[in-house]
Design a binder for this molecule. Structure first.
Ligand code: PRP
Ligand code: GUN
Ligand code: MG
Length: 173
């Protein structure tokens, strides 16, 4: 759920994220073998920058571009979707255009709103995310882990270490 009703928590550590992004790269390596490889990655900022770096390293892709989209302006609250920067012309022209040979990477799909807008820019591109929720899943070609729609994913770059009170203090009765 893309709002405050997302009440289950799925916290992801750096280790876990690295493992999951590598698992995505393994799947994409298979896809690349079957379809002639990827000439470039388009990372959807900002969340897509982190998995894009890991996938680029694993698949040895050196041409990296961005599409800059903002939709969640406050924590758990989806505002109007803004495209701050579209696709660079050079990437849009690869293999005749429309995204052929291009890999789009984001950290997750939730409602699918962001994916829908970016897919429209590069309809022939391969769209990959690390995590997917059911509403957005049909828009993704390759992902690693599905979580329920009412789960909020907490990424390591949004979290810090903090003191946890002993379980007994918060336990009922
Ligand atoms: O499927 P949707 O409902 O569109 O949600 C998914 C998008 O939301 C988050 O980005 P956000 O807009 O929060 O910006 P950020 O990547 O800069 O954190 C996430 O990184 C995805 O890009
Ligand atoms: N961090 C984070 N950003 C999101 N944007 C849309 N859904 C989510 C989510 O579950 N976690
Ligand atoms: Mg994002």
């Amino acid at each position: 759920m893309a709002d405050a009703r997302a009440d289950k928590a799925f916290p992801v550590s750096w280790d876990q994220f690295h493992r999951d992004a590598r698992a995505l790269a393994w799947r994409l390596a298979g896809e690349a073998r079957a379809t002639g490889g990827f000439d470039a990655i388009v990372a959807i900022t900002r969340g897509g920058l982190v998995p894009a770096a890991i996938v680029a390293r694993e698949l040895d892709i050196r041409l990296i571009e961005t599409v800059c989209v903002a939709s969640y302006h406050d924590y758990k609250t989806q505002g109007g979707l803004q495209v701050l920067k579209g696709v660079e012309e050079r990437v849009a022209k690869i293999r005749g255009g429309e995204g052929a040979g291009v890999l789009i990477v984001d950290d997750l799909v939730d409602t699918g709103g962001t994916a829908r807008v970016v897919r429209a820019m590069l309809p022939k591109a391969h769209f990959a995310t690390v995590y997917a929720k059911p509403m957005g899943r049909p828009l993704v070609d390759t992902f690693v882990t599905e979580v329920s729609q009412d789960t909020w994913i907490y990424f390591p770059w949004d979290m810090g270490l903090s003191f946890q009170p002993p379980i007994r203090e918060g336990a009922p009765g």
